[in-house]
Design a protein around this ligand. Structure first.
Ligand SMILES: [Mg+2]
Length: 123
């Protein structure tokens, strides 16, 4: 039961990892979209959810989202954006590209856990 966290900030990946530990999920991490695609191929079929930052070097979140939504192997994995991009237009853009949920930074651990459970269809 793995969850893939894609964020260029080590601090954010650490905060998310702590929440995943609380929930009992294994954390797989990538620091940009390119690395995330590689991790997806390695762990194909085992990733339950992707927590995705927007602004990252190499490949940003929205490009990564578009890429996996066109890939039959990955398009059914739910994606939750975790980003400081809080404009309505950006949120609508991400949802229309296939994101299932949206968490705006900064967030509390409680909010994060709640949104993860929601994204997994548990809460
Ligand atoms: Mg970032």
């Amino acid at each position: 039961m793995k969850i893939l966290t894609v964020d260029d900030s080590i601090a954010v990946r650490e905060i998310i990892k702590n929440a995943l530990d609380v929930l009992g999920y294994e954390s797989v991490e990538a620091e940009n979209g390119v690395e995330a695609l590689r991790k997806l191929r390695e762990d194909s079929g085992e990733i339950l959810l992707i927590l995705l930052d927007w602004n990252m070097p190499e490949m940003d979140g929205i490009t990564f989202l578009r890429t996996i939504k066109q890939d039959p192997d990955f398009k059914n994995i739910p994606v939750t954006m975790v980003t400081s991009e809080n404009e309505k237009g950006k949120i609508i853009n991400a949802i229309s590209e296939g994101a299932k949920n949206y968490i705006i930074k900064p967030f509390t651990q409680e909010e994060l856990i709640q949104k993860i459970l929601e994204s997994l269809g548990i809460a």
